[in-house]
Design a binder for this molecule. Structure first.
Ligand code: PLP
Length: 423
C-alpha cells in the first residue's frame, strides 16, 4: 500500500532537525536548563515540609467532595462562575475575617493558579513598559523578575526589623513626585516578608496607608506567608484597615497546605476586580484542587496550621543552631517571626553568587542574596535559606558542607569558627 505523505515526513525528519531559533520572538528570557532532579541538601525555593502535609485529610476530602459533586466537573467553572469554586471563596471570606480582619464577600475574591498568577494578573491590569513601582529592597525574586521583564522600574525601599521603612518610602515618593514620575503601586509583603521574615507592626501599616492615600499610589499587599507566624498572632491586613480602599491583596495555599496544588487568590474591590477578570483567559484554575481544598479547609485548616508552624519552628531552630555551630561569628541573622526562610549575612569577602556553583557541586543548593534584592551590593554576601523542606539531619549535614565549601572558596568561616554544640 502506498505511503501517505505524512508517513514520509515522519520517517525523514527527526524531532530536533527543525530550526525554531529564527522564529523565537525578541526579548525572550534565557533558555531553561533541563531539570536534573533535586540536590541532596536543598535550601532553595519555597518548598514545604513534606511530613506536615495533611495527606490523609486531603485524600478523605477528595473522596467526599468528588462523590458529592464530582459531576459538576463537566462544566467550566463548576457551576461557580469565573471567580472560582464558591465554597472555597466562602471559606476564605471566613478565614480572612478571622485572621486578617478583612471584611469581604465571595464576589471580592478571585481564585488563581497560585498567587503567581495573581501577581501576573494585577501587573497585566496596572503596568505598562516604562512604569515605575515601589517595592521592598530585599524582595521576592518572582516579583522582581516579573517587573524587569515587563520593562517596569522597581524602586527599592530599605527594610529594618519592622519591614519597609516609612521614612525611606516617604522620601522616595517625594523624590519621584519631584521628577514627575507617578509610581503605579507600592508592593509589599508586610506579614512575614520574603526574604527577611519581618512583620510590619500596626502603626507602620497605618503610616503606609497614609502615605499611599496622600500620594494617590495604591498598595499591592502580598500576604502568602501570613499563616506561618510562630505566635499565631498577626496584625490586621493593610486591606482590612484601608479606610479609603486603594489596596489589592493576594494570598496563597502554597505555604499553609502545599505549593504543588497551585491555588492562590486575589481580594480586590469590584472596580479593580472587574478589570482583572477579563484578563484571566484560562477558563478557570484547576477545579479538583479547589474542591479538595475547600472540603479539607472548612473542617481542618485551623487545626492543621498550628501543627505545621511547630514543625517549621523546630526546623528553624535546627538551622540556626547548625549555622552557629559551623559558621560561628562569621554568620549574622535575625530570628524570623515566622515563615520558611532565614536571610543570613556572611562576611563581606563572600560573594554569594560565586558561592552558588561550588556549593551546588557539593550537593548544597542555596539562593544567593543578589537574586532576592534590587540592591545587589547590599545583598552580595547574603543568602536566603529555606528550612521547610530539608529534614533536620539534612539541615545539619547541608550547613556543615556549606561551611566547608565557603571556607575553601573564601577562607570563611576561619579555622576557629566552629562552636561545639555543647559549648
Ligand atoms: C512573596 C511571594 N509571593 C508569591 C509567591 C508565589 O506563590 P504561589 O504562586 O505558590 O502561591 C511566593 C512564592 O514563594 C512568594 O514568596
Amino acid at each position: 500500500m502506498p505511503k501517505e505523505p505524512e508517513d514520509k515526513v515522519l520517517e525523514t525528519v527527526s524531532p530536533s532537525s527543525f530550526d525554531f531559533a529564527p522564529l523565537f520572538r525578541a526579548g525572550l528570557p534565557p533558555a531553561a536548563a533541563r531539570w536534573n532532579g533535586r540536590v541532596k541538601f536543598d535550601f532553595t525555593g519555597g518548598n514545604n515540609d513534606a511530613d506536615s502535609l495533611p495527606l490523609d485529610g486531603l485524600i478523605a476530602a477528595a473522596n467526599a467532595v468528588l462523590k458529592r459533586e464530582g459531576r459538576t466537573l463537566s462544566t467550566y467553572g463548576l457551576d461557580s462562575g469565573p471567580q472560582g469554586y464558591r465554597p472555597l471563596r466562602e471559606f476564605l471570606v471566613g478565614k480572612l475575617k478571622a485572621d486578617a480582619a478583612i471584611a469581604c464577600t465571595a464576589d471580592d475574591i478571585l481564585i488563581t493558579s497560585g498567587s503567581l498568577q495573581g501577581l501576573d494578573l494585577i501587573n497585566a491590569t496596572l503596568l505598562e513598559r516604562g512604569d515605575t513601582v515601589i517595592i521592598e529592597e530585599d524582595c521576592y525574586q518572582g516579583s522582581i523578575n516579573r517587573l524587569i521583564r515587563l520593562g517596569v522600574t522597581p524602586i527599592g525601599i530599605p527594610l529594618d526589623r519592622d519591614g519597609m521603612r516609612m521614612d525611606a518610602l516617604s522620601n522616595a515618593l517625594d523624590d519621584l513626585k519631584r521628577k514627575g514620575a507617578h509610581p503605579k503601586y507600592i508592593y509589599t509583603i508586610p506579614t512575614v516578608q520574603n526574604p527577611t521574615g519581618t512583620i510590619m507592626p500596626l502603626e507602620r501599616r497605618q503610616e503606609m496607608l497614609w502615605l499611599s492615600a496622600t500620594h494617590g499610589v495604591p498598595i499591592f499587599e502580598d500576604d502568602c506567608y501570613a499563616d506561618l507566624i510562630w505566635s499565631g498572632q498577626r496584625p490586621p491586613a493593610l486591606y482590612a484597615i484601608a479606610s479609603r480602599g486603594g489596596v489589592i491583596h493576594i494570598g496563597s495555599f502554597s505555604k499553609s497546605i502545599a505549593p504543588a496544588l497551585r491555588v492562590g487568590y486575589i481580594v480586590a474591590p469590584w472596580e479593580a476586580m472587574s478589570r482583572v477578570l477579563p484578563l484571566k483567559t484560562d477558563a478557570g484554575s484547576g477545579a479538583l484542587e479547589q474542591m479538595v481544598l475547600a472540603e479539607y479547609c472548612a473542617a481542618h485548616f485551623s487545626k492543621h496550621v498550628p501543627v505545621l508552624r511547630r514543625s517549621l519552628r523546630a526546623k528553624l531552630e535546627t538551622l540556626m543552631e547548625s549555622l552557629n555551630e559551623h559558621f560561628g561569628a562569621a554568620v549574622e541573622f535575625d530570628d524570623p517571626k515566622g515563615g520558611i526562610f532565614l536571610w543570613i549575612k556572611l562576611p563581606d569577602e563572600v560573594d554569594a553568587a560565586r558561592l552558588y556553583q561550588p556549593a551546588l557541586a557539593a550537593g548544597v543548593a542555596i539562593n544567593p542574596g543578589p537574586e532576592w534584592s534590587v540592591n545587589k551590593a547590599h545583598a552580595r554576601s547574603r543568602l536566603r535559606l529555606c528550612f521547610a523542606s530539608p529534614s533536620h539531619e539534612e539541615i545539619h549535614q547541608g550547613v556543615a558542607m556549606l561551611a566547608d565549601v565557603c571556607r575553601r572558596e573564601f577562607g570563611v568561616p576561619g579555622p576557629g569558627a566552629r562552636v561545639d554544640r555543647a559549648g
